[in-house]
Write a protein that binds this ligand. Structure first.
Ligand SMILES: [Fe+2]
Ligand SMILES: [Fe+2]
Length: 303
């Protein structure tokens, strides 16, 4: 994490200012390697919608934009689309091609801003890994999991991308502080910007009319017990996020250490298994740890 010593410290903003910047927030940026892979597929002679969906599933920004697009074009559908495959089917190659053509690349933006070198590739791994683990946790508590829980995990920290993109000076200052101290990231975000990444992400997704589950996942992934609706999936996102951080896989941008103890005490467990015997919880945890062990090599091949 780098910041120049002469860096200007921006003023904290009020909610109205934050909200109006979010309203004007252009397309969220994607990771260069993913956008390139997707464009390669979209312009190939032979392509399959399953392959296209598979690449989009690795990118929280593209996924959010795809779902926003499909739900605004087909807003008359009785239930909003919250599956990537379905969105790809409805939109077709031509519209997805247009979407990728106007996609900004986060590494280009970082090169331009030069203020803060945030480990974006590690962050993308954090998002994908959290999504994969969310499905595992959900499948332990209920059956069968569906695509929406994966997406809830994928976009849980979208507020950090919104912050970097719409409030670059604040983001830079927040991550300068986060890398120095063991202070909690949300506390720093609130002090510097006036809002934390959970609230910001939820505000962004809500403004862009994304399904309620995604909005709630962004908003309550650190406090699933406060979510009114979708508690099971959001509790799974919390556990997945903590497991990723405690195993130090990828980089969430939150440098405060998460111990195995904190993972075990998370409120999400009580939401997931309110009446379950300790032995069953132990089996669930063992199965999650096996999945966690395989994740680094899975992620290496994805991002
Ligand atoms: Fe978070
Ligand atoms: Fe996270």
């Amino acid at each position: 994490m780098i910041a120049s010593s002469t860096q200007h410290i921006p003023d904290r903003l009020d909610l109205q200012e934050i909200d109006s910047r979010i309203e004007q927030c252009p397309s969220l940026p994607s990771l260069g390697s993913i956008n390139k892979a997707l464009q390669g597929l979209l312009f190939a002679e032979q392509r399959y919608s399953a392959q296209i969906s598979e690449v989009i599933r690795r990118d929280p920004s593209l996924t959010s934009r795809l779902l926003r697009l499909v739900n605004s074009v087909y807003y008359g559908l009785s239930t909003p689309v919250n599956s990537i495959e379905e969105a790809v089917f409805y939109l077709g190659v031509r519209q997805i091609r247009q979407l990728t053509m106007v996609t900004p690349i986060i590494e280009d933006f970082q090169r331009l801003s030069t203020q803060c070198s945030f480990p974006w590739r590690g962050f993308w791994q954090h998002c994908i890994g959290t999504a994969i683990l969310t499905r595992e946790v959900v499948s332990l508590a209920q059956s069968p999991p569906d695509e929406s829980d994966y997406i809830a995990g994928l976009v849980h920290d979208v507020g950090k991308i919104v912050m970097a993109w719409s409030f670059p000076e604040h983001f830079s200052e927040i991550h300068r502080r986060a890398s120095l101290a063991a202070q909690d990231l949300e506390e720093i975000e609130t002090e510097v910007l006036g809002i934390d990444h959970s609230q910001l992400g939820a505000l962004y997704l809500e403004r862009h009319k994304l399904p309620d589950l995604m909005v709630k996942s962004a908003r309550f992934h650190h406090h699933p017990e406060r979510a009114e609706g979708h508690e099971l999936i959001i509790a799974s996102v919390q556990i997945a996020d903590l497991l990723m951080r405690s195993a130090r896989i990828g980089c969430s941008g939150n440098f405060a250490e998460v111990t195995a103890e904190q993972c075990l005490q998370a409120s999400g467990w009580r939401v997931l298994f309110p009446n379950q015997a300790a032995a069953e919880q132990t089996i669930a945890r063992a199965s999650l740890h096996r999945c966690l062990e395989r994740l680094p090599s899975v992620l290496e091949g994805l991002v």
